[in-house]
Design a protein around this ligand. Sequence first.
Ligand SMILES: [Fe+2]
Length: 292
Amino acid sequence: MDKFPTSIVKLIEALAQKKNYKPFEIVKIVKEANVTPKDLKHWSDFNHPQTDSYGRKLVHKAPNFEIMVMSWLPGDISAIHDHGFATWGAVQVFGENEHAIFKVEEGKITTLSRSNFKYGQIVGVEHNLVHQMGNMTNENILTLHIYGLEETKGSVTGDANLYDIENNKIQIINGGVFYNLPTEEIAEIVNGPKADFPTRLRDIVELGNRLARINPEDNRLEAIKNKIQSAEYCQLFNSYLSTVVDYDDVIINITQWKILMKEIEAANQFLEIDNLFELFQQSVFCELMELE
Ligand SMILES: [Fe+2]
């Protein structure tokens, strides 16, 4: 174990004490280990292939837990995912990563929150956490990830669900939760939940951003841009908007309004426009369909 920095040794020894942890217990252990980004440098992977939507390196694999380091270039982002077999864990961020949490219930997936981590912040991971992390800053960011489960299994984070939002499917995978995964990396595809409008909009925008990063000439980009500015999306927007504002344009759900505005802004940036909200609200694309 001598290649490990003292903080990582401390972390491994502390994690081996028990088989199961509550989120606050694991957060305390990570805090006490006092890991720094310098300690993680050996596992940084900022030269990861562009097709991987972030770098991912295993630091240590114990029978019932894994420690990993993820490397996030500006624009890197995970797909929406859970953590497979893992029943406990924690993430510590060494930068202001964006973090979204989702609710999956009764065949629907909705964005509960999208906010930024603070440098050094540690969050506990529970089995039912469905989330997404990304780097919207201009700096490279390292994050430390711990995933564990009570019983020993081959892969702690194997059998993870990656939510294919646009197609209402779940991809079952055993590796990185990257956008646009090649078919050979998907173990199985099953029916998934239907996303609400903000979740669906942001997900297709991030798919577009990923494709553009890999190849700005990718001919799927035009199709994605057209889909966002389509009658289907226009109608989804207006029907969603009616649940967030009332007839007098008074906001009745401030949380969902803020999430909607955030995802509209991300779509504006992707489309290189500044008025998607107005175009949708004025039913510009919806009316186009009626004329067809
Ligand atoms: Fe995760």
